[in-house]
Design a protein around this ligand. Structure first.
Ligand SMILES: Cc1ncc(COP(=O)(O)O)c(C=O)c1O
Length: 356
């Protein structure tokens, strides 16, 4: 199937002639607890604000992001989803050779392609998804890269580098004048100790992407940001930005969402519990090899015949076929960790498909 991203219900529904409302979507990794109540209230009240333009400098939103991380507002570029931040950086930062995990989120290539950056890969499947930071650094050296872009936790594998590993990598990057870009779109679902945000203050060659669309279940609203202390890159990005690129709803929702620390903790707890439940039950299916994950999705290899995604669609369950990711040779799939009721539907559908 040609669908490039998870969560593309419209395209799947047209391709497979299944009504959208009948599909259960495990292909997008969105918090099953939904939008926090206070964020919904802010959105509803926010209707009256739509008669005005949003603050073109997004000062309150920047302050909310900066406070959330204990950083200076100067280092924050709020964006229309992390995707916009990725593309703006890709259009601005000049890199000759950029090292990417393979597989990883595909938009880094699309974003940096515009600068004619050459891409180098660190293949995970060839290492059976078990690798060390030393191997990654060796690969960066051998391939003479001037940039490394990591997705942490990595989409689609769910693997996560720990703080001390990132620190080692960061020291290596500083020593070798390599730019380090870390996409933390899914880090909220893990413990915050894994985030690398606190290092922003000390190095101008570090860029971090964050997304609010996954944790706060607002992919339709669009909100994310870039953090960096590199002032010249930030002002070059701001110069290229379309005025009012973030709408008033997203601006207001973001300010409230970042106050929802209890909701984030509850979500982390819920995800850990449901991921454990799914891991335990999925282990019963011999055709599936499920890889350990630290976040709100699971990556797995299917060793049976045919396409598991198509088989699951017959049960009205949409899972992510990973065949469009770079660097995978076998049949891999990704599933979101959802509510217990939905997870049970997924397991029943798998049973119908795999044990028929
Ligand atoms: C790793 C990663 N980064 C960034 C994004 C984009 O997030 P946003 O919805 O904030 O644009 C995605 C979306 O799936 C993603 O998987």
């Amino acid at each position: 199937m040609a669908v490039k991203h998870g969560g593309n219900l419209q395209e799947v529904s047209e391709l497979y002639k299944i009504e959208k409302k009948n599909l259960i979507d495990f292909s997008a990794n969105i918090n099953p607890l939904g939008i926090p109540e206070r964020v919904k209230e802010v959105l509803i009240k926010g209707i009256t604000e739509l008669v005005h333009y949003p603050d073109i400098r997004y000062r309150a939103l920047k302050r909310a992001i900066a406070d959330f991380h204990g950083l200076s507002e100067e280092f924050v570029y709020p964006a229309n989803g992390a995707a916009e931040a990725i593309f703006m950086l890709g259009r601005t930062l000049q890199l000759k050779r950029l090292l990417l995990l393979a597989p990883t989120f595909m938009e880094y290539e699309a974003a940096f392609n515009q600068q004619e950056t050459e891409f180098c890969y660190f293949n995970l499947e060839q290492r059976n998804f078990q690798w060390t930071i030393s191997e990654l650094m060796r690969s960066a050296k051998e391939q003479q890269v001037d940039g490394i872009c990591l997705c942490n936790p990595n989409n689609p594998t769910g693997q996560m580098l720990k703080q001390f590993e990132l620190e080692e990598l960061f020291a290596f990057c500083q020593e070798n004048k390599i730019v380090l870009i870390v996409d933390e779109a899914f880090v909220d679902f893990t413990k915050e100790e894994y985030s690398f945000v606190s290092s922003i203050n000390t190095n101008e060659n570090l860029y971090i992407f964050r997304s609010l669309t996954k944790m706060f279940a607002i992919p339709g609203l669009r909100l994310g940001y870039l953090l960096t202390s590199n002032r010249s890159i930030l002002s070059a990005i701001v110069e290229k930005t379309v005025p009012w690129h973030i709408n008033t709803f997203a601006d207001l929702a973001g300010q409230q969402a970042l106050k929802e620390t209890r909701f984030i903790e509850d979500s982390q707890h819920y995800i850990a519990q449901e991921r454990g439940f799914l891991e335990e039950r999925l282990a019963f299916f011999k055709e599936l090899e499920v890889y350990p994950s630290q976040t709100n999705f699971l990556f797995m290899r299917y060793q049976g015949a045919g396409c598991l995604q198509e088989k699951m669609l017959k049960q009205n369950v949409l899972i992510r076929n990973c065949n469009s990711f770079n660097g995978l040779t076998q049949k891999y799939y990704r599933i979101a960790v959802k509510s217990r009721a939905d997870n049970q539907i997924l397991l029943a559908a798998l049973e119908a498909v795999l044990c028929e």
